[in-house]
Design a protein around this ligand. Structure first.
Ligand code: 13P
Ligand code: ZN
Length: 274
């Protein structure tokens, strides 16, 4: 089968385009990766043509031999559906988890996203903690979430609780909460290590003054998670623009009631009295 006809590739392209349409991907902002299933690799194997091994910039031994669909560095989400072969690629990770090689795509040259260390370290953690279910890592630059990193304390507790309060669905969609990485230089191993530590506990990590990472089982769930967090951030930005004091809100006991009926467990550390 042609790579571009495969269902997982169609899903990847649609998600990238949905992110573009949300306004989360100015210029080359953001990046997306998908850990391919054995049957995905099998379906497109006649089109795979491995290039040179190159260093990942970190070590991901538990991803040895895996294949990923990943956006290219400097490539625009806007162009993913317009010129897919130029915008993303399929890579294979070597037997040590230290090098990758491009097997398809990026036909005009280039390399996978500069955030490849973060993507692969997050995939490695999520593959382990989800029992292999999580396959998608998504990084975007949604404006409201970024705006909040200038006014809220940069703690998991503050972001989780404030964003839970802004929409009743939030604690059901991300019951484990949200992690926050303080400002760091992007694109390297250090920020990847900090982000992947948060991915042990959470499916969402916010990078102060930069953007957000989400992890999920498939394209819909991962996009929906980013969308839910950003919508909640938008509501909080609107509320804070009107007043510093909410007249009423969702209280810790209301969250406890919600948890019971919706069969989610909400960590008590986020249900503090204010
Ligand atoms: P890339 O173009 O290398 O993917 O970088 C975009 C980005 O958002 C960096 O954090
Ligand atoms: Zn970014």
């Amino acid at each position: 089968m042609k790579v571009l006809d495969a269902e997982f590739v169609q899903g990847f392209m649609r998600m990238a385009d949905d992110g573009w349409n949300q306004g989360w991907h100015e210029r080359n902002g953001g990046n997306l990766s998908y850990r391919m299933k054995a049957e995905d690799v099998d379906a497109v194997k006649e089109e795979l043509c491995p290039g040179e091994w190159k260093p990942i910039g970190t070590s991901v031994p538990d991803l040895a031999g895996e294949y990923f669909l990943v956006t290219g560095s400097g490539k625009y989400f806007r162009n993913v559906i317009i010129k897919p072969e130029d915008s993303f690629c399929i890579i294979e990770v070597d037997e040590k988890g230290e090098n990758y090689r491009i097997c398809w795509g990026l036909v005009n040259g280039g390399r996978p996203t500069s955030e490849l260390p973060s993507h692969l370290m997050n995939h490695e953690v999520k593959k382990r903690v989800s029992g292999g279910k999580h396959r998608v890592i998504y990084h975007a630059h949604p404006a409201n979430t970024i705006a909040l990193t200038f006014v809220l304390p940069l703690t998991d507790e503050a972001f989780t609780r404030e964003l839970w309060e802004m929409a009743t669905e939030c604690p059901v969609v991300f019951p484990d909460g949200i992690g926050v990485v303080p400002w760091m230089v992007p694109g390297g191993r250090e920020i990847a290590v900090e982000t992947s530590k948060l991915m042990e506990k959470y499916d969402v990590a916010i990078w102060a003054h930069h953007g957000m990472f989400c992890s999920g089982e498939d394209f819909d769930l991962t996009f929906g998670l980013m969308h839910t967090v950003e919508k909640s951030a938008e509501i909080l930005v609107k509320v804070l623009s009107m007043t510093q004091n909410k007249r009423q809100t969702i209280t810790p006991d209301m969250f406890r009631d919600l948890a019971k009926d919706f069969h989610v467990s909400l960590p008590e550390k986020f249900l503090f009295e204010k």
